[in-house]
Design a protein around this ligand. Structure first.
Ligand code: ADP
Ligand code: MG
Length: 283
């Protein structure tokens, strides 16, 4: 049977995954999410060995996962993990519920409450869209004037997600964050992402270097992964100036081009191994 790989674009990560599948002779079908049409309740749906989801839009990813699960397919990652990790509010709730150290985070659902909540956090504060990636629309707010203006601007954005406010203390970290790739119950690699800018996403130009997988890092990454439901995940961490490690977010459709540049670990190949062994266990 054929493995379906759901994609939006064919990035380096997808090309590496396809190459790993081809090396092993695993039949796969690249399914473009723009071509998906599901007649609900239809029994004549294509049958796949399983579904590896690499969709880039959160909303599309959630529904595509649910649609394939409804036709009896196992999707990696499963919908509960996609829903939690794709929404920073739900991720933070899962992390704090599990007692995992994370930056102090506040949620407010009206503009006035958001400004008040930023005042309570103190300055600088960080404001992020609850759904988003690549460091897009992240703001570092240094005073009340900036807070009021930012919140007013967010109000004028049409998407409802920008009218729920996810607010965080600013962590005075070194010029880097840490990304740990966890596959199942194994942290397979970690990198530092370094930048002169406070936002250290590789999509924003950060450079990567290998990071040792210390016991602390391993334990925290595994706890964070378990807290959001487990699977194939990239756990992002920040270091306080005291050295304390904090989990900021857990990514469910991780990019690993930065990691591929900095370490010898073949993440694409390990993703294929993890996918096949998970599907085998479920069969
Ligand atoms: N509270 C914070 N304090 C300091 N830096 C932060 C904070 N939150 C995020 N950052 C920086 O911004 C980057 C992107 O933040 P993140 O929450 O992972 O959003 P995204 O989903 O867009 O990647 C992080 O990798 C980190 O460098
Ligand atoms: Mg991130």
């Amino acid at each position: 049977m054929t493995l379906a790989v759901l994609t939006t674009r064919t990035r380096l990560e997808e090309r590496l995954i396809f190459a790993a599948l081809e090396r092993r002779g695993i039949p796969y079908a690249q399914v473009d999410d723009r071509s998906l049409i599901h007649h609900l309740g239809d029994r004549e749906v294509p049958r796949y060995l399983g579904v590896l989801n690499r969709i880039m839009s959160h909303t599309r990813s959630v529904y595509a996962t649910r649609l394939f699960e409804a036709t009896g397919h196992q999707v990696l990652n499963p919908s509960n993990v996609v829903e939690t990790c794709g929404d920073k509010i739900l991720t933070s709730l899962a992390l704090t519920k599990a007692g995992i150290p994370t930056p102090r985070t506040v949620v407010a659902v009206t503009p006035d409450a958001a400004v008040e909540a930023i005042e309570q956090l103190g300055y600088p504060a960080v404001v992020k869209p609850a759904v988003g990636s690549w460091g897009r629309l992240l703001s570092k707010v240094n005073d009340r004037d900036a807070a009021e203006t930012l919140i007013e601007h967010k109000q004028s954005l049409r998407s409802p997600i920008h009218n729920v406010y996810y607010l965080q203390e600013y962590i005075d970290k070194p010029d880097r964050d840490i990304r740990v790739i966890v596959l199942g119950d194994e942290p397979v690699a970690a990198v530092y992402r370094r930048s002169d800018h406070w936002i250290t996403n590789t999509a924003r130009g950060a450079t990567t270097t290998s990071c040792p997988l210390t016991d602390d890092l391993v334990s925290l990454a595994l706890r964070a992964s378990a807290a959001v439901g487990g699977g194939m995940l990239a756990v992002d961490l920040l270091e306080r100036s005291t050295g304390e490690l904090l989990v900021t977010e857990v990514n469910h459709t991780m990019e690993f081009h930065g990691l591929a540049a900095a370490t010898d670990v073949d993440v694409a190949d390990l993703i294929v191994t993890h996918t096949l062994s998970t599907l085998e266990r479920a069969a």
